[in-house]
Design a protein around this ligand. Structure first.
Ligand code: EPZ
Length: 435
């Protein structure tokens, strides 16, 4: 099993190119099921979750031609689904490794009127049910039963029907699943209380390129006029705001001066605004490939502690909560960090404590008292973003930090250690190769 070994305690400097967003790419890949194609998606991050989604699509009958970029950070996939596999089944063996596999349910019902998708089980960060997805699909006319651990869904008559639906709760995945179901439904669907995350907007833009009729993109109310069929197109994935935010947190925690290339600074506003108030400096400039974001914090410059509360976009993302906690271990004062999205997303806290962080957990609240002198030891990654937080802490800690179980990290970061090495970090992978 691979692990990362980090010799910490040095500033970061240089330039790093951020990869495409995993969480935008996953629903866009699932959208390939809506058309005979071909659909070409570029700037897909070369991470294991993307490979899992490609396997799910192949199990459903999709042909996929995948090309890696020379550096190995990104993929281009050309997908086509002419002859669906019998049973249209997304198997447990794949779904259990990645919950986002449930995103194939909406497109399959929309195009074929039937699907069999393993029900995602429990998750390290919280219960994460899919009731919002299933309820909305039932309102569109799908008959759904849970049989033998699978969501068995059938649309009598073969075509979903439009509806007016308010999500009980803001959900990224439910918005994406129902949006991809509604584009081929009969009539108009109005979805209210939709998630505003940039990844949802990216999916909606892809669907429009494929021929979908969607109004209200980027707002909480989406109006979708169903069409008879969708076609292929080429689409570049948006930059990964969480990868970018992870680099930002690394620089602010360890000190340094780094330019993040090809990012969307507006999508990172909640993080940069917070860290600016802590004492970091940010500058946005036009770059060769979109916008660049420069992040600066003089090594030794005092950071001020600030409180953080996670909430749906545009508020502070839960996917950066762990990384910002690592930053707050270096800030002067008390930081109260409230996690409101997932009930069990503080597993990194105990590992940070092993490195010397001074913190307490009370339900959904973490209290960090800084600055803490971190000292390297062996820590264990428990989920994707927790792993990133431990890497950041390792960059700050004195001595050697070993982060174990980094297969979690490999689910969502393309070569994070190689990118950090390029910024001067002393970090190496032991035990195998990159994904
Ligand atoms: C997406 O998960 C992301 N995953 C997550 O990123 C991210 O943490 C999350 O959105 C929140 O931003 C992908 O995009 C693939 P939700 P998703 O539905 O869609 C509850 C990462 O690290 N809920 O917006 O599964 C749910 O339990 C990952 O990259 C229901 O109650 O999240 C949670 O409390 C982890 N019923 C809240 O809604 C449902 O049917 C928001 O979850 C669905 C969700």
């Amino acid at each position: 099993m691979d692990r990362l070994v980090i010799e910490g305690n040095g500033p970061l400097s240089g330039r790093v190119r951020v990869s495409g967003a995993k969480n935008a790419a996953l629903p866009c890949l699932a959208a390939a099921l809506l058309t005979e194609g071909p659909l070409t998606l570029t700037r897909l991050p070369a991470v294991s979750d993307i490979r899992t989604m490609l396997k799910v699509l192949q199990a459903l009958g999709t042909s996929a031609e995948v090309v890696k970029d020379p550096e190995g950070f990104e993929l281009t996939a050309t997908l086509a689904l002419a002859n669906p596999a019998e049973g249209l089944r997304a198997p447990y063996e794949l779904v259990k490794t990645m919950r986002a596999s449930i995103l194939v349910l909406g497109p399959l019902l929309a195009r074929f009127g039937r699907a069999s998708v393993s029900l995602p089980g429990g998750c390290a960060i919280g219960a994460r049910p899919v009731n919002l997805h299933l309820e909305a699909l039932e309102r569109m006319g799908a008959q759904i039963a849970i049989t033998g651990g699978y969501v068995e869904a059938l649309v009598p008559g073969g075509r979903l029907k439009g509806m007016d639906h308010t999500f009980d709760k803001v959900s990224v995945g439910a918005t994406e699943n129902i949006l991809t179901a509604a584009v081929l439904a009969r009539g108009t669907t109005v979805l209210r209380n939709c998630a505003l995350e940039p990844e949802v907007t990216d999916l909606a833009r892809l669907l429009v390129k494929m021929g979908a009729q969607i109004e209200g993109i980027g707002t909480p109310m989406l109006t979708i006029h169903g069409v008879e069929r969708l076609g292929g197109c080429t689409h570049a994935t948006i930059p990964d705001r969480i990868e970018a935010g992870t680099h930002v947190c690394a620089v602010v925690a360890a000190g340094g001066d780094v330019v993040l290339e090809a990012v969307e600074p507006e999508d990172l506003r909640s993080l940069t605004d917070l860290l600016e108030r802590c004492g970091a400096a940010f500058t946005i400039r036009e770059g060769a490939e979109g916008l660049n974001l420069r992040v600066q914090r003089e090594p030794g410059q005092k950071l001020r502690a600030k409180d953080v509360q996670t909430a749906p976009f545009p508020a502070f993302p839960t996917d950066l909560q762990a990384q910002v906690m690592a930053v707050m271990t270096q800030a002067h004062g008390i930081s109260v960090i409230k996690e409101t999205i997932f009930e069990n997303r503080f597993q990194h806290a105990m590992e940070l404590e092993r490195l010397g962080a001074n913190l307490r957990i009370d339900g959904g609240t973490a209290i960090v008292a800084g600055p803490c002198r971190l000292q390297g030891c062996t820590v264990m990654a428990t989920d994707l973003r927790a792993s990133a937080a431990l890497v950041i802490a390792g960059l700050v800690a004195e001595g050697t930090t070993t982060v174990d179980r980094i297969y979690h990290l490999d689910r969502g970061y393309a070569g994070l250690e190689r990118k950090l090495e390029g910024l001067g970090a002393r970090i190496r992978r032991i035990g195998g190769g990159s994904v």
